[in-house]
Design a protein around this ligand. Structure first.
Ligand code: SF4
Length: 377
């Protein structure tokens, strides 16, 4: 079905904005009513929200703002500090791109963010959706900011039955036809409607400002939309990790290469990731040094975008630190270093059968399984 023009449905955007004016969420990065949003804050939140929930992002957002209140402050920070502050939020390329973009804005743009969506896209880590959302929210540029919530709402409003992601251009066209002059509020209203009312399961249609016009509701197919693409079967990789402590309880960690998966983050010594676990004898050949390695009961499982990982963990406690590459991190500092979630799980299993290092005060994080192009709010 071709998209309707705004003139054919003059009430839709007005109805949504009227609902938003009453029900808008208060979010840490959202400007108070009537005030212009700060591009640094909007950009920071939009990068953090890629494929991550509002609940998980809020604490990280506050921490970043406290520590680096301006883009120049963030640009001046060492990358290791930025990665450490990001640890636990996942998709670590976002943190590296965030830092690179801050440096670009600070050094080449006089500390001022680009204004248009087209120029925002030149920043590292800013794709079409993020650029559109920032330009709409900060400058009311006429953009359809289609996150996962907005896509779901629009797919239902127009009963789009084309499977995702093929439906994206169609959804974008439908949305563009609705975008009013208050395009920033409209973008945020769609996000709020998708988060609070038009939820993936059991949408509260009786509270929806679009209930009278919604084609999916009329046909009773709202819960079936948007049609998802068949799930990709991800290969399973397996390997072993080695968690070693010294007499003070400090843990040996190493820095990963600057490029590739979890680049520049920390990890305990690891063996290669292959189709099967190595035998105990082969695992000992992969150990960083000879020691009394004891295999922990249980496994660490983690989902990456393109594969699943299972890790067996070997642990050893040493009376004397061996001469080996890496850094020894005290247990109370493990939370503050750039240790991604999968490595946290490994360290946790390696320490005292899953000691309380991270579980005492867990960070919120969802399982990472899908691509970064979508996000959840
Ligand atoms: S009527 Fe129901 S399905 Fe349609 S947009 Fe509103 S909440 Fe979503």
């Amino acid at each position: 079905m071709p998209p309707r023009r705004q003139s054919q449905k003059p009430g839709l955007s007005a109805e949504l904005l009227a609902w938003y004016d009453v029900h808008r969420r208060v979010l840490p990065w959202r400007a108070p009513r009537g005030q212009r949003a700060d591009p640094y804050r909007v950009w920071l939140s939009e990068i953090m929200l890629q494929q991550t929930t509002v609940q998980a992002v809020a604490a990280y957002y506050r921490k970043f703002l406290e520590r680096w209140p301006t883009v120049r402050d963030l640009a001046a920070a060492p990358q290791d500090d930025v990665l450490a502050a990001w640890a636990g939020l996942g998709y670590y390329a976002r943190a590296r791109n965030l830092h690179a973009a801050a440096k670009l804005v600070a050094s080449q743009m006089g500390g001022k963010f680009p204004v248009t969506a087209a120029t925002l896209r030149e920043l590292p880590g800013v794709g079409g959706y993020t650029a559109g959302a920032i330009a709409a929210i900060v400058h009311d540029e006429r953009q359809a900011a289609m996150d996962a919530n907005a896509e779901r709402v629009i797919a239902r409003l127009y009963a789009v039955e084309t499977p995702m992601p093929k439906a994206k251009p169609e959804l974008h066209a439908h949305c563009m036809a609705l975008v009013p002059a208050r395009s920033g509020d409209f973008a945020q209203a769609l996000m709020d409607l998708g988060s609070a009312i038009c939820t993936p399961k059991r949408p509260a249609c009786e509270n929806c400002p679009w209930q009278a016009q919604c084609l999916a509701r009329k046909r009773g197919i709202q819960e079936q939309l948007p049609v998802k693409a068949p799930k990709m079967v991800r290969p399973l990789k397996r390997g072993v990790a080695f968690v070693v402590t010294d007499t003070s309880g400090a843990v040996l960690l190493r820095k990963r290469p600057d490029k590739g998966l979890l680049a520049a983050m920390l990890e305990p010594p690891l063996g290669p990731w292959e189709e099967n676990f190595p035998s105990a004898a082969k695992a000992m050949q992969q150990a960083p040094f000879a020691a009394y390695w004891k295999k922990r009961v249980g496994l660490v499982r983690h989902g990456f975008t393109h594969f699943e990982l299972e890790i067996e963990v070997y642990a050893a406690a040493l009376a004397k630190r061996p001469k080996t590459a890496g850094q020894w991190v005290a247990p109370e500092k493990l939370r503050d270093v750039a240790l991604p979630t999968v490595m946290r799980k490994i360290v946790e299993l390696g320490l005292d059968e899953g000691g309380p290092l991270f579980t005492a005060k867990p960070r919120q994080e969802k399982k990472r399984q899908t691509t970064i192009s979508a996000r959840k709010r």
